[in-house]
Design a protein around this ligand. Sequence first.
Ligand SMILES: [Zn+2]
Length: 423
Amino acid sequence: MLILKFIPIIFGLLGFCALAERSAAQTPRQHKRIVIAASEVLDGKGGVVRDTRIVVEGGKIVAVDAKAETVDYDLRGLTVLPGWIDAHVHITWSIGPDGKNAGQGGTTPEASYAAASNAWVTLMAGFTTVQSVGSPADVPLREAIAKGLLPGPRILTAAEPIMGRGPQTGTPEEIRAFVRKQKEAGADLIKIYASGGMTRGAMTMSQEQLEAACDEAKKQGLRSLVHAYRDAVRAATLAGCTEIEHGLGASDEDLKLMAERGTYLDPQAGLLLETYLQFEDRYLAAPYYTEKGFAAMKGLIPAHQEFIKRALRIPGLKIVYGTDAVAGAHGRNAEDFIYRVRDCGMGPMAAVVSANSLGAEALGMGEEIGSIAPGLQADIIALDGDPLKDITAVRRVVFVMKGGTVFKNASRSAISNYAGAQP
Ligand SMILES: [Zn+2]
């Protein structure tokens, strides 16, 4: 029995070694000059460039030049754009071997493979950077991907989030100490739960506690993302936090205040709730999710979409692309584009920009990712179809390059409305 138990670990180690060798072999190739020919390039900032070539060297874009020779990848007939950024995922959350939602992911071989698989399908879906908010299990996955040991998107993680529990959350000093502890643990940002779930959105932290959390994050050079519904939206905005997650129940006045302060809004248009409903039995079998909660969820899809429509009418409000991908949603991150454009009236160009340059700006990485421009990371994807004419083209990602390495180069029409692997 003992040996049986270790077999997955042994196979895991063998897999790691093989990948490490391959990765080392790939390094020199990354420095090779690569030329990509494209007939339509969405530059990530709202512009369209036609009939050009993108030159990549040392993992970065070095030129956009129609005359560049010699073409290595001919992506003409496809739509080429920067790799997408998902501002809100839970990359380690998965369905366990018992078929139940396993939550934030543990350290068993099964949980580790599930997390690696989530990373793989997310990258294959065209997402080259994700912000995972948060589980300490994200940290070793982020490191393995960054070292080239596993294929996956670039990960930014919040490590352990601050769970608002009223006065029990802690004194402002204790909250500040917790923020510093997350930084030491390798957090790229701080995640804060300042209200209950979407059906019971009462505030779970005081204004003073929120101010301590977001102010300390700022002092440590970290951004703060706040899970907030209703009153918590205004409170987090006033506390100077960077980004509001979800936001349902915020008034127009709250949204205007966010626009004035430059606070980013990260709402979800459908993928999350659709995933919960699709895998209702697997979630209901696990703790926390209730029949009552699921009954309420059905009415919440139109409520979220009405909220996004209202947010789109607030001048200057910066709406980023975050799907809240949980178990069952990984690899289907692009579905939320379809909900946003088809059901919320968002323009397709604005939708893709929210996951490109605007998403990069919200991460403080606007000079590194999110656009097709010289000096930026060569994160380049191609779609079989034009999302400006048919938003479902976002499902047909046929080419994925991250940091100059090609991870996917499928033949055209090989992927028809691919909707991700089932857990
Ligand atoms: Zn979430």
